[in-house]
Ligand binder design. Structure first.
Ligand code: ATP
Ligand code: MG
Length: 328
């Protein structure tokens, strides 16, 4: 079987963007691939996190994976910091990555702009950790949202560079970016992607938002004054709402548009809200169940750490050997 790796960082509560851009596709791919799904806590601390929130969210994300339909018997579910090879491999790969490459990462440019003076070296460096995450598992496929495309290309470049300098060591991974749901936009600013670390809660829908909150946020979503439902870049707010329906139902945007001929935005918003509420309802119920059983969660991440450590250490040793370190 080919190998699949992906992860989400516990830097905030999970949004509909994380669900539609990432998790929902993982569920579809898990039978076809040998899958690793990680909670990437090392990535979360590139910006300050409250320790107790970080702990709670890490488990919450693990529970959300399972509640969304990831089968822990088929897949390896683990917490990144339980596998020290990620940090070690990152150091090694750091020495094969150029400052220039990292400076060109648009996500770094965006996030650092917001932070002003307090940009950590980790934030600059994080795409290298992401490359380590992926390359350690001989990954073939990385299902991510569109925002991660550039980081994945960097991971490929690093892998190719290392392979050329020494000898074939890493599998060169491919990105898998879903057709619908690849980039869910912020409801208050549809020019910007929906993010869990965004300040204005009206911009995002959380997987755990209550039905009423979901309805309220969608009814307040920013649209335009055109007043006709079209799937067009001139109407980014409406386009985003149609994309949400498309990603959940699997229908084509053009077909969805036809449903709203001669209707205003209110009906579209109402429908989007109900579709989202119904999609998330069973997941929310299962998250609550799973979160109330900490022993079960622990058994999952312990088993996952064992498997992940085994595979990751093998790759790490291979890297060390090729570089010229004395093996112990
Ligand atoms: P942060 O703002 O802290 O970076 P995030 O919401 O961007 O949080 P990440 O942990 O960076 O979440 O990304 C996890 C996964 O979710 C990645 O595969 C990413 O591509 C995907 N993703 C994040 N936001 C969206 C979005 N708005 N639409 C589709 N996919 C998304
Ligand atoms: Mg992000």
């Amino acid at each position: 079987k080919k190998v699949l790796f992906s992860g989400i960082k516990p830097s905030g509560e999970l949004t509909l963007g994380n669900y539609l851009g990432a998790i929902k596709n993982w569920v579809k791919l898990q039978d076809e691939y040998e899958s690793y799904f990680c909670v990437v806590d090392l990535h979360a601390i590139t910006v300050r996190q409250e320790p107790k929130d970080l702990r709670a969210r890490t488990l919450q994300i693990l529970a959300t994976y399972i509640a969304s339909g990831i089968d822990p018997d088929k897949c390896t579910l683990f917490i990144q910091s339980h596998v020290p090879a990620h940090s070690e491999a990152q150091w090694l790969l750091n020495c094969f990555t150029y400052m220039g490459e990292l400076s060109r990462m648009t996500q770094y440019k965006d996030k650092s702009q917001k932070l002003g003076e307090s940009i950590s070296a980790g934030l600059f460096n994080y795409p290298v950790l992401m490359a380590a995450d992926i390359l350690l598992y001989n990954t073939d496929l990385v299902p991510v949202g569109k925002d991660q495309k550039q980081h994945l290309e960097l991971a490929r470049d690093i892998a190719i560079r290392f392979n050329n300098l020494y000898s074939p060591t890493f599998k060169v991974p491919e990105a898998y970016i879903p057709e619908a749901g690849a980039k869910i936009m912020d409801l208050q600013n549809p020019e910007k992607k929906m993010s869990k670390s965004e300040d204005n809660p009206n911009g995002y829908i959380l997987i755990n938002d209550s039905p009423d909150v979901i309805r309220k946020k969608i009814s307040r979503a920013v649209t335009d004054s055109i007043g006709v439902v079209n799937y067009s870049d001139e109407q980014p707010g409406i386009k985003n709402l149609i994309n949400i329906i498309a990603a959940i139902t699997g229908r084509k945007p053009e077909d969805i548009v036809k449903d709203y001929e001669g209707q205003g935005y209110a009906k579209l918003k109402q429908d989007v809200a109900e579709i989202v509420v119904e999609e998330l309802r069973p997941i929310q119920e299962r998250i609550n169940q799973i979160m109330s059983d900490k022993a079960y969660l622990e058994s999952i991440y312990r088993k996952g750490a064992e498997k992940a450590n085994y595979v990751a250490n093998k790759t790490l040793r291979k890297m060390q050997r090729k570089i010229g370190f004395i093996q112990l």
